[in-house]
Design a protein around this ligand. Sequence first.
Ligand code: AOF
Ligand code: ZN
Length: 429
Amino acid sequence: MTNVTAADAIFMHRALELAAQGVALASPNPMVGAVLVRKGKIIGEGFHTYEDMRHAEIVALEAANTQPAENLGGLVGRAFRRDEKDASPSGVLTPEVPDARAVVDSDAARGATLYVNLEPCCHKGRTGPCTNALILADVKRVVVAMKDPNPAVGGRGFKHLRAAGIEVSTGLREAEARRLAESFAKWIVSRQPLVTLKSALTLDGQLVLPYARGRARPPLRARPALAARHLEDRWISSPQSRAEVQRMRHASDALLTGIGTVLGDDPLLTDRTGLPRRRKLLRVVMDSTLRLPLRSKLVRSVDGDVLVFTREREDSLKARALQRAGIEIVHVAGRDAKPDLRAVISELGRREMVSVLLEAGATLNSAALAAGFVDKIRVFLAPKIAGFKGIAAASNGFQAACDLQNVTMAQFGVDFAVEGYLHDVYRTR
Ligand code: AOF
Ligand code: ZN
């Protein structure tokens, strides 16, 4: 960490808070928050959302100009022009002439310090570079939590700022910033999503409770009308844990499950937080032989957000029935009866799914773990004893026991959630 003060920590805390407001809105871009401070006072702040396109630094700079930049003829209006030719409704910000310092009217940010959780970009993507805007605004100092894992930026943003005489301090609250950007970091480097395995277990390691009154058959395989009543008897985790799982779904781009879970629990698998999100949570089912029932809640609630990976042909009778119901069916190759998980994960990455929540049963959990696709595990341990030998979270297919890294624990009602990493997601290629 370089040259930071206690006040810096407070403003960086605010930048991180702002960044987190981009949850479900920034992906596949990173969550970024920026705070502009002059004489100890916040004069502008903001965070990035993908739809708005403006990077957090630009939002903060525009906020510092008391009037909208266009009216003021100020920094942002001058440093960037809107490219009307672009099809995007909000227009693309394109950097103007490099030496536009002379035309900057607004001095709102002159001599200010910018706090931002991610290195300002120095490249031109859909917008940018932010470094130009900061230089033109005559910002004096930039305090950054972490380097941008995007190879197109990766340290060059710092260099650009320093070369222009701006003081750059790095590494403040870096651990939190890296955590916030972890799925982006994995995806931008490998084009593969970060996969988190989530499970709720009893103290005797069971994934499901016995059915009420000795009912052995799962509801969808028996009579769907009975499902709800019996599921109520079968919750393992506390209401607080289940609310936390909703937050996890909200923070994910896709949810991955297996057909066994759908047949067994008839789950909806939706994000029910009610919070805004840019793209619907994509509900993904691994279903080798297309057993997905048309009467399942998943099918009945489809809204362009259910994707099924199968070994069946996309023009088979069942596939066509599911397609008519609004479900996307994707045939995946595989060596045996199972679709190749590697192809599935890559396809999700290709669709700009940066984070995937694996909420599955023993079979898919084991396959994903064995194939090395799980980056992170979060297990909610409920103080209950199932008292029977049923289904463990991951039963077979493990080659070796492994220790999780960076383990943390949190309490949700009476449950404990244990979380850890299977590897360093910042080192995936
Ligand atoms: C910043 N501030 O708020 C964000 C940054 O296509 P673009 O122009 O949106 O650029 C996306 C890339 O910019 C993204 O991959 C990441 O490297 C960086 N994100 N940078 O200075 C921001 N969201
Ligand atoms: Zn930028």
